[in-house]
Design a protein around this ligand. Structure first.
Ligand code: DX5
Ligand code: ZN
Length: 253
C-alpha cells in the first residue's frame, strides 16, 4: 500500500499497467522525498528502508548521464533495486539527454513518477503522453534559468512540475532563491488551466528554505543532504515537514 497521507498510487505492484491516483498530492499535504543521491550507495536498500521507516513519502532517484549534466549516477537496474526496497512512490528524475530512449526501461524498472527535463525534449508533449501511456505519472523539470512559459501548452499533460532550485548535477549546492517567483507563476498557471499538477522543488531544500517554496506553492520537497547528512533521519524529515506544515497553516490553500 502507498502512503494514505499523500494519496500515493492506487496500484498493486504486480499489475503490469498500474492505475495512478491523481492528483499525486492529496489534501494539500506536503510530501517529503529524500534523494538517494546523498545516501550510502553501498547500503542502498538499507538506506531506502531507513528513510521509509523514518517518514519519507516518496523516494527520489536522480539519474544523470554525464551529458545533460556534468555527473553520472545510475540507471534502470538501480531503480529496480530501489523499487524492491520500498513500497513508497518511486520518483525518478531523469537528468539525461534524449530521455525518450530510456522511458520504457525506467517504467519497467518500477518507477512510479518519471520526470524529464523540458530542455532535453524536442517533442515534450509526446514524451509526457508516452509516460502516461505506460501507466506512470508524468513530470517535467525546468532548470533554474528556464522560463515557465515552456509549460503553457503542456500543463494538463503533466502530473508533476519539478522546479530545480539548483543547477542539476550535484547534491549539497546552495539554494537559488530567484526560482521562488517561478514557483508562484507555475502555481498560477496550473490554476488558470484547471490543471492538477503537483509542484516539486529540488536542490538546497533544508530548514529555512522550505518556508519560501511552500508559501509559493510547492508541495513535494526533495531533500538529499538535509536528510542523509544528518545522524537522525526521522528528526530531519520531521523538521522539514514541520516547517512545511507551519507555513501552510499561515498560507491560504
Ligand atoms: C540535483 C539533484 C537533487 C539533489 C539534491 O541535481 O536533482 O535531487 O540530490 O540534493 P540536495 O538536497 O543536497 O541539494
Ligand atoms: Zn532530483
Amino acid at each position: 500500500m502507498r502512503s494514505p497521507l499523500t494519496g500515493g498510487l492506487a496500484c498493486a505492484r504486480a499489475n503490469p499497467i498500474p492505475v495512478i491516483a491523481r492528483p499525486l498530492v492529496a489534501n494539500n499535504a506536503p510530501v517529503i522525498a529524500p534523494s538517494i543521491l546523498s545516501a550510502d550507495f553501498g547500503r542502498l536498500a538499507a538506506e531506502v528502508a531507513a528513510v521509509q521507516r523514518d517518514g519519507a513519502d516518496w523516494i527520489h532517484v536522480d539519474v544523470m548521464d554525464g551529458h545533460f549534466v556534468p555527473n553520472i549516477t545510475i540507471g534502470p537496474p538501480v531503480v529496480n533495486a530501489v523499487r524492491k526496497a520500498t513500497d513508497r512512490v518511486v520518483d525518478v528524475h531523469l537528468m539525461i539527454s534524449n530521455p525518450d530512449a530510456f522511458i520504457d526501461d525506467f517504467a519497467a524498472a518500477g518507477a512510479d513518477i518519471i520526470t524529464v527535463h523540458a530542455e532535453a525534449c524536442v517533442h515534450l508533449q509526446r514524451t509526457l503522453s508516452r509516460i502516461r501511456a505506460l501507466g506512470k505519472a508524468a513530470g517535467v523539470s525546468l532548470n533554474p534559468h528556464t522560463h515557465e512559459s515552456v509549460l503553457e501548452y503542456v500543463i494538463r499533460d503533466c502530473d508533476l512540475v519539478l522546479l530545480m532550485t539548483v543547477n542539476p548535477g550535484f547534491g549539497g549546492q546552495r539554494f537559488l532563491g530567484q526560482v521562488v517567483p517561478k514557483i508562484a507563476a507555475v502555481r498560477r498557471m496550473i490554476e488558470a488551466h484547471s490543471a492538477s499538477a503537483c509542484i516539486e522543488v529540488d536542490g538546497g531544500i533544508a530548514p529555512g528554505t522550505v518556508a519560501p517554496v511552500v508559501s509559493a506553492g510547492a508541495r513535494a520537497l526533495v531533500a538529499g543532504s538535509a536528510i542523509f547528512s544528518q545522524p537522525d533521519y526521522a528528526a530531519a524529515i520531521r523538521t522539514l515537514r514541520g516547517e512545511a506544515l507551519a507555513t501552510l497553516d499561515g498560507t491560504p490553500a
